[in-house]
Design a protein around this ligand. Structure first.
Ligand SMILES: Nc1nc2c(c(=O)[nH]1)N[C@H]1C(S)=C(S)[C@@H](COP(=O)(O)O)O[C@H]1N2
Ligand SMILES: [Mo]
Length: 390
């Protein structure tokens, strides 16, 4: 359903967030999926909808405005009563099929606040253009995920010595037999990390259909491609998983980005994308915004990385020549994003050249120049914008 009440101007304002590339997306429509507020539509089948810019201002992205990303068009509504999670593979001692009740009541419940960010978030801002969904800033969201530890479930089924990878498949399937099924794998060490969850709750509510009901994988710190939705099958194997979405997609040139290694899937030239890179987003203003002379104003936004935690956010008001530390907001956990704010001097009329860069506790800092790569992943160049004091 097209939302007729929202004007073209409002849509444009929602989408413009400061840098070149945004304008191209102003043509997109805000549309609703059942159970969702209007989102920014990129494709209908498979559904690819991003979180509107304004919704990124909330500390937790609400379930009804959380982005939706799929590779395959056939997405069944899973009946939780019939659903089973099968756990098997050559490195599992006792294969099992768990019902939702067994999963929910058989293991310790845990929650983690974490950013779910698509590897291709901001792909639409790459110049030259990179093929793929032309995401703006909203292929991400921060939520409180509730479920049970993957590790507890795997250990109950018994992990044999020599296990190398764990693969994950969901209930969605392709329309055409030639399209490879969407399945992902993790190195065994990561799969056994205490923060990796089989999640059935999001912000205290049952996981919404479009975000993977009844159960999805949550891999805090790693890009969302690993967060397999509508999970049905988990396999632990002594060899590398060879599905298309591991061997051919979601890969980056070796050594181009920092992040956890994935040795069993790394070739001479490319490696799977893994951890989210350090990043930030101004949410209080967009490029070209006007400030009233003499009226106090704060630059505000959010910063995050792949789980080392944010050490500092620096703000420049002279186009990147000098930098000052912004105040950091509440620490919501190292996998969460973190707010920042910095007062703006509005005493003199004229342009203010804003730039923002975040630094992780691991020392990584946002780059001055966009790191180009063939699939348009990890867009984290320092955000720059000009505000005008009038
Ligand atoms: N079953 C299934 N899970 C999936 C995908 C998919 O296509 N099918 N896409 C992945 C990718 S690439 C992203 S970015 C996230 C998006 O999560 P969301 O739709 O809950 O925002 O889901 C991941 N899990
Ligand atoms: Mo993604």
């Amino acid at each position: 359903m097209l939302v007729g009440m929202i004007s073209r101007r409002a849509i444009t304002a929602a989408l413009l967030a400061g840098t070149t590339g945004s304008l191209a997306l102003a043509r997109d429509e805000l549309l609703t999926l059942p159970g969702k507020k209007p989102l920014v539509k990129h494709t209908f089948r498979p559904p690819n909808y991003e979180t509107p810019f304004a919704a990124l201002r909330a500390p937790y992205t609400s379930n009804d405005s959380f982005f939706v990303r799929y590779h395959l068009a056939n997405i069944p509504r899973v009946d939780p009563r019939d659903w089973r999670l099968r756990i098997g593979g050559a490195s599992i001692e006792r294969p099992v099929a768990l019902s939702l009740a067994e999963l929910q009541h058989g293991f310790e419940r845990v929650t983690v606040t974490a950013i779910n960010q698509c590897s291709g978030n901001r792909r639409g801002l790459f110049t030259p253009r990179v093929p793929g969904v032309q995401w703006n800033y909203g292929a991400m969201g921060n939520a409180r995920w509730g479920g049970v530890r993957l590790r507890d479930v795997l250990r109950k089924a018994g992990v044999r010595a020599g296990a190398l990878e764990v693969s994950f498949d969901g209930a969605d399937t392709a329309l055409l037999p030639k399209t490879p099924d969407f399945a992902k794998s993790l190195p065994i060490e990561r799969a056994l990390d205490e923060h990796v969850l089989l999640a059935f709750e999001m912000n205290g509510e049952p996981l919404p259909h479009w975000n993977g009901a009844p159960v999805r994988l949550v891999v805090p710190g790693w890009t969302a491609t690993y967060w397999v939705k509508h999970l049905t099958d988990i396999r632990v194997e002594p060899q590398a998983f060879d599905g298309f979405w591991m061997t051919s997609a979601y890969r980056v040139p070796v050594g181009l980005f920092p992040g956890a290694p994935f040795a069993s899937q790394t070739t001479k030239d490319t490696a799977p994308i893994t951890e989210i890179v350090v990043n930030s987003l101004v949410t209080s203003h967009v490029n070209g915004d006007r400030l009233t002379r003499g009226k106090p104003a704060d630059l505000r936004g959010r910063s995050w990385d792949g789980g080392s935690g944010i050490a500092a956010v620096e703000v420049s008001v002279d186009g990147g020549r000098s930098w000052r530390d912004a105040a950091l907001g509440e620490d919501m956990g190292r996998y969460s994003w973190r707010g920042f704010s910095a007062p703006l001097d509005t005493s003199r009329a004229g342009p203010i050249g804003i730039a923002v860069r975040a630094r992780g506790r691991n020392g990584a800092i946002q780059p001055q120049k966009l790191v180009a790569n063939p699939a348009g992943y990890h867009h984290n160049v320092i955000q720059a914008m000009t505000l005008e004091v009038l």
